[in-house]
Every structure is written in structure tokens, then in C-alpha cells.
Ligand binder design. Structure first.
Ligand code: ADP
Ligand code: MG
Length: 231
């Protein structure tokens, strides 16, 4: 369990991100620093265009920072080569997006098994774990359904199961309740937090929902490229 004595697992140090433009570079992040221990969670707020998705992409190793450093369990993933980094990402990081990004032609169970396909077919124990996790998110009766046969909230439950099936240390969610009605959003937020706590994972959630942000341990806001604490 997380305790004040345990070392920070995710350490973000002075991260800056610039995008090249025809004019001068666009500086989106400008000295972002924070750290989280296992079991902790953080809400990131801020207006549209403030760099929230950019920051999550860097935490998720999809984009390198222009400068600064990110380490997870003291390892700097940006030192890895491309193939190692892809493997690192599959093993350590789970993503949930505003859009569920499920494969429409695949069943619910097959969608949750997608993270295993890079290693070849999913092993029987992986299939067992996926089915168990789908039970945990309330979809035990839906394993053979296609995404089109589910409600928005159910699709997002599948996306959460897919993000967690390889037991990542770091779970990243970008406006995970943005497309859902308020009641469904509340239950999805609660589910994310329960699963994170059960796994002692680190959770970073970008959200516009004050209700969801209010359920997390810490709240920070992106303001002019910096991450500042909010009340
Ligand atoms: P948010 O998620 O807070 O709405 P983003 O991180 O998506 O913000 O974007 C922050 C800023 O960076 C925006 O001005 C956006 O246009 C710009 N941006 C994002 N991705 C790229 C990119 N790949 N190339 C150039 N500019 C980008
Ligand atoms: Mg965004």
C-alpha cells in the first residue's frame, strides 16, 4: 500500500514541450513537475488547448518531452529504443480515452484481449483474466456482444477493462466521462477509482468534471504551461 514512506513511483521533472510551427515554436508545457506514489491519483484540469492531452501523451510515452525528465519506478522510458518502448508501454501503462476506441468487428472479450496480441495470441490465462475483469466491471453477461450492442457507459467499461488487463502501474484517462450523461459518468468515475485502488496503481485523469476531480486525492490545473495546485 502507498504510505508516506514509500518512494514516488512516477516522477515528472521540469517537463517542457514545444511543437514546431511555421512561425516560432509553440510552447505548450513549460516546466511541469510533480510526483505520485503507487495508490495515488491526480486530476488534471484546465481549459481546452492548455496542454492536458499533451501532458498525458508524454506520461504515456507516446510523445517525448522537449526537455525535462519522466521516470516510472526510476526508469526513464525515453532512453529505450522504439521496440523496447512499445513493449514498455504495453506492460506498464493503460490508457482510457474520451472515445472508447473499441474495434467494432470484435466482441467485448476480444477487445479486452487486444493488448496481448502484440505478443501473438492471448494465452488461456490471459483470456481468463480478461473475462474475470469484465465481470468486475459489470459485463459478465456481455462477453460475446459487439460494441454497437452496448450503451456508452458499457463501452467505456470495456475500455477500462482493456486498459487494466495487463495490470499497468500507470493508468491514464483523458476525459473518460466526457461523452457520458451525469449518472453514468459518476459510476464510471467511481469504477476507475475502485479498480485503481484495488491494484495499487497510479491514476492520472484529465477531466472537466468537478465531480470527478473532487473524488481524486489531488487536483492540479494547467495554466500557461505550468501545473499549479487547485483548491
Ligand atoms: P488540451 O488537451 O488541454 O485541450 P492539447 O494538449 O491537445 O490541449 O493541445 C495543447 C496545444 O498544443 C494546442 O494549442 C494544440 O493545438 C497544440 N498541439 C497539440 N498537439 C499538437 C501537435 N501534434 N502539433 C502541433 N501542435 C499541437
Ligand atoms: Mg485534450
Amino acid at each position: 500500500m502507498a504510505s508516506s514512506a514509500s518512494p514516488a513511483e512516477l516522477v515528472v521533472e521540469n517537463v517542457a514541450k514545444e511543437y514546431a510551427t511555421p512561425a516560432e515554436p509553440l510552447r505548450v508545457l513549460n516546466g511541469v513537475s510533480f510526483s505520485l506514489r503507487r495508490g495515488e491519483n491526480l486530476a488534471i484540469l484546465g481549459p481546452s488547448g492548455s496542454g492536458k492531452s499533451t501532458l498525458l501523451s508524454i506520461l504515456g510515452t507516446l510523445e517525448p518531452p522537449t526537455s525535462g525528465r519522466v521516470t516510472l519506478a526510476r526508469e526513464d522510458p525515453f532512453q529505450l529504443d522504439e521496440a523496447e518502448l512499445a513493449e514498455y508501454r504495453r506492460e506498464n501503462i493503460g490508457f482510457v480515452f474520451q472515445e472508447h476506441h473499441l474495434l467494432p468487428q470484435c466482441t467485448v472479450l476480444e477487445n479486452v484481449l487486444v493488448p496481448f496480441l502484440a505478443d501473438g495470441a492471448a494465452a488461456p490465462e490471459d483470456q481468463h483474466r480478461a473475462a474475470e475483469l469484465l465481470g468486475r466491471v459489470g459485463l459478465a453477461e456481455r462477453l460475446a456482444h459487439r460494441p454497437a450492442e452496448l450503451s456508452g457507459g458499457e463501452r467505456q467499461r470495456v475500455a477500462i477493462a482493456r486498459a487494466l488487463v495487463r495490470e499497468p502501474t500507470l493508468l491514464l484517462a483523458d476525459e473518460p466521462t466526457g461523452n457520458l450523461d451525469r449518472t453514468t459518468a459518476g459510476s464510471i468515475g467511481k469504477l476507475l477509482l475502485e479498480l485503481q485502488a484495488e491494484r495499487n496503481a497510479i491514476l492520472v485523469v484529465v477531466t472537466h468534471s468537478e465531480t470527478l476531480a473532487g473524488m481524486l486525492h489531488k487536483r492540479m490545473e494547467l495554466d500557461a504551461g505550468r501545473l499549479v495546485a487547485v483548491a
